[in-house]
Design a protein around this ligand. Structure first.
Ligand SMILES: [Zn+2]
Length: 641
């Protein structure tokens, strides 16, 4: 459900010494500029990561020489133009107060409050448990929440263990061993959750709240929306959004793709990646059932970079034409992927998102504690490292009984102590962890006639399993040697030697297992046959997938969203090219005339949006298929029931 629509996230972190600070500030003019740029929501700076406030605070330190109430005046002018405003406050960083109150800082294991690269941001962080900081912070949040804001965005809430005097005293009083880093980290995490709850209580249940950096699942009762922070060019990379969005959209109704206009990362005043690149991210948001947010950094004296807002107006203006249909449409997954991670998912899930995205399967990522009915997914995937606890075994047992199908890979499917399969439905023999670190596999049936019939590297070994030949999809091969050092030689060259009677992949009834960590291997090496091995299982489990596509490459993403009246098929053909160190989108890809998208089921008609141009359709093999004209970058097709 679309509620925020088109946001701008303002970074506004101002070093001391801007002699003409807010010289050209004109809240009326600026709010009008936002309205003209079709912006509906902003994260507006109340206090930055330097710790300066942009309103006349009684608790903190306003930026020296600031004229007026920047925050309050813009809030007011935005409200006049129906632009909603969430207050931004950095709670993890506050360099000005840290300097004045070193006892408010986190202390690292070496006893330092200053560490790492001091020309950046994270060389000094704040302790929520330090009494002085806690009081100052909550008083500040109360002051900000007294404004008629629409929400609160609390930044830089990453998990960092703290050895400050207060944390040390509290931990010792509780009997926590300070040599136990895990226990110290767990204590710091507890303090993050405590302060998150405090923020929620001050902000109230009706306003937006995003606790940036707190794992989505663990703060789900307090957050009101999730912003998936992902500057594709700033350390996150283009593989971050798909996995995080697939998880976030099951936890909160409103999820934003928080990209940025920057070419490098936050704070890049002179970096701008251009219209096609921002549009690419907006299309990724829409096809994932998410909304849009573009990050910007205001100039401290001149305020706006005019042409950026000209371009955002253009981009948001084009996208809002789709909203009559996207506003009530929800993402339609057909595969569920389970995780026991509460927040920022490991790279295995980036591999899952790649494999399923490239194969055009819609999927959601679900926490193992998710209480919804999993039988809405005909297939569940347990990727690479998900051991099955007793509670999960019970749920999965019921799911299988109801006819669901499960693909597990690597160590997934095992009991938590790796002593064997957790459920009897895994009928394969279990032969322990793979003793080799250079294993290979061959296909029983080649996935395509042109596929080389050779021994393929696994790259990320898992377990050894056995299965009757009739159930085997791929055979396991051991190498002559492991990679390693024997005292004389470094065994870098480890060719395949022979089959051992083990299966690399097998399928029995409603359960399939691939013996190696295929998803992380795919993320690291992108080998097509790994994806094809997964596809062989999915084709067996789901002979008719929801989406039909013709003439779309593996670089394209095609998804479905919808409601009771219609289904929207989104096709994005633009994709980033790695240029040097990161992905770049300089222009859109043009898709030639004649490509096709289709949906399983009977639909009466199909229209190209937003102009509602009728498209020729055909009914074939249970699918309704529409043929597309030539298009640039992105196409959205509405199929009417
Ligand atoms: Zn502390």
């Amino acid at each position: 459900m679309s509620t925020i629509k088109r946001a701008i996230h303002f970074d506004f972190h101002t070093m001391p010494g801007i002699h003409d600070f807010n010289r050209d500030w004109d809240p009326e003019k600026y709010a009008q500029r936002l309205a003209d740029a079709n912006v509906t929501f902003i994260n507006m700076f109340a206090q930055c990561n330097l710790g300066f406030a942009y309103y006349p605070t009684k608790v903190g330190i306003p930026y020296p020489g600031m004229k007026g109430d920047m925050f309050g005046d813009l809030l007011n002018e935005c409200h006049k133009r129906s632009i909603r405003v969430a207050a931004y406050i950095n709670v993890g960083l506050n360099h000005e107060h840290a300097r004045l109150h070193p006892e408010w800082c986190q202390v690292n294991k070496e006893g330092q409050i200053l560490f790492g690269d001091r020309s950046k941001n994270f060389f000094r962080t704040m302790c929520y448990n330090a009494s002085g900081y806690r009081k100052y912070l909550l008083d500040t949040i109360r002051e900000i929440c007294a404004y008629p804001i629409d929400g609160l965005f609390t930044d830089c809430m990453g998990l960092r263990p703290c050895y400050c005097t207060k944390c040390t005293d509290d931990m010792l009083a509780r009997g926590i061993d300070l040599n136990d880093e895990k226990a110290v980290t767990a204590f710091a995490y507890e303090k993050i959750l405590e302060i998150s709850k405090d923020f929620y209580e001050i902000n109230g249940p009706d306003r937006y709240l995003h606790l940036n950096g707190v794992p989505y699942w663990d703060c789900r009762q307090w957050e009101k929306h999730i912003e998936v922070e992902c500057l594709p060019s700033g350390g996150w990379g283009y593989d971050t959004f798909a996995k995080q969005a697939a998880y976030a959209r099951n936890i909160q109704d409103t999820v934003l793709y928080m990209t940025g206009r920057f070419q490098a990362s936050w704070g890049d005043f002179g970096g701008y990646k251009g219209i096609p690149s921002i549009e690419n991210d907006c299309y990724d948001a829409i096809l994932s059932g998410c909304e849009l947010s573009v990050g910007d950094h205001m100039h401290p004296a001149e305020i706006e970079e005019r042409d950026i807002y000209r371009d955002i107006g253009l981009i948001y203006g084009r996208l809002m034409k789709y909203e009559p249909w996207t506003d009530t449409a929800r993402y339609l997954p057909e595969i569920g992927v389970l995780t026991d991670n509460p927040g920022y998912l490991p790279l295995t899930y980036a591999g899952v998102a790649r494999v399923l995205g490239e194969l055009k399967y819609n999927f959601d990522i679900l926490n193992i504690e998710d209480q919804t009915d999993w039988t809405r997914f005909p297939v569940l995937i347990l990727p690479d490292d998900l051991r099955i606890s007793e509670a999960l075994a019970e749920k999965l047992g019921a799911y299988l009984k109801a006819g669901g199908k499960i693909l597990s890979t690597g160590f997934s499917g095992l009991k938590p102590d790796d002593s064997g399969w957790a459920l009897p439905a895994w009928t394969f023999g279990f032969d322990g962890a793979d003793p080799s670190n250079a294993s290979y596999f061959t296909f029983r049936t080649l996935p395509a006639p042109e596929t080389a019939d050779m021994r393929w590297s696994m790259y990320k070994e898992g377990i050894r399993m056995t299965a009757p030949d009739a159930q085997t999809l791929a055979y396991y091969w051991k190498p002559y040697f492991n990679h390693g050092w024997d005292g004389k030689h470094g065994y870098y060259y480890a060719p395949p030697e022979k089959k051992t009677g083990h299966a690399a992949a097998a399928i029995a009834g409603n359960v399939a297992h691939i013996c190696f960590r295929v998803f992380e291997a795919y993320y690291n090496h992108s080998m097509k046959t790994h994806k094809q091995l997964v596809e062989q299982v999915l084709k067996a489990f789901l002979p008719k997938k929801r989406l039909y596509t013709e003439s779309f490459g593996s670089t394209a993403r095609v998804t479905a969203t919808g409601n009771d009246a219609y289904t929207l098929v989104h096709a994005k053909v633009t994709f980033p090219e790695i240029r040097g160190t990161h992905g770049v989108v300089e222009e859109h890809v043009v898709q030639p005339e004649g490509s096709q998208v289709g949906l399983l089921g009977e639909y009466k008609a199909a229209y190209l949006l937003p102009d509602e141009t009728p498209l020729p359709i055909a009914h074939e093999d249970g699918y309704t298929i529409a043929t597309l004209p030539r298009f640039t970058g992105f196409a959205m097709v509405r199929f009417d029931r």
